[in-house]
Write a protein that binds this ligand. Structure first.
Ligand code: FAD
Length: 104
């Protein structure tokens, strides 16, 4: 790449999702989110991190031996796709306004 983009305003560019396909090199030092432990390893439960909107896929034993394999990762991919939808629903949830009920 001769002229890489070094900065990008995601909102202005209309980008709402990013997939980082960085594979086996587990260096997340460039990722400035609350989704890593003090040793820089992903904090997650089956790929769902504590940072809203940040998910991991393909980690060793994420749910099974095949989690890191092309032949097998789909189990976790399906689970994460479902979780992303569920978590979006949680974030979009607006509690109904409290209703006053007249006492008889
Ligand atoms: C020895 C070995 C044998 C395997 N055999 C099998 C098998 O038989 N069957 C099977 O299903 N799976 C096998 N796998 C697993 C398979 O290789 C992986 O599941 C697959 O490669 C993952 O694809 P990926 O695109 O996520 O990551 P990768 O193929 O690892 O690609 C990630 C790319 O991102 C680049 N990158 C990383 N960080 C950055 C960065 N900060 N900036 C820019 N680029 C970056 C890397 O250099 C790399 O090119 C094997 C893995 C290994 C190591």
């Amino acid at each position: 790449m001769t002229d890489p983009i070094h900065e990008l305003d995601l909102r202005a560019a209309g980008i709402t999702s990013i997939v980082w396909a960085t594979g086996f090199h587990v260096d997340y030092s460039w990722l400035k989110v609350e989704a890593l432990d003090t040793n820089g390893r992903p904090l997650h439960q089956r790929g769902v991190s504590p940072e809203p909107g940040v998910y991991f896929l393909g980690l060793p034993w994420q749910s099974r031996r095949g989690s890191t394999f092309i032949w097998g990762v789909w189990h976790d991919a399906k689970y994460l796709a479902d979780q992303i939808e569920i978590q979006r629903g949680y974030r979009a949830y607006q509690p109904a306004a409290a209703q006053m009920v007249a006492a008889p």
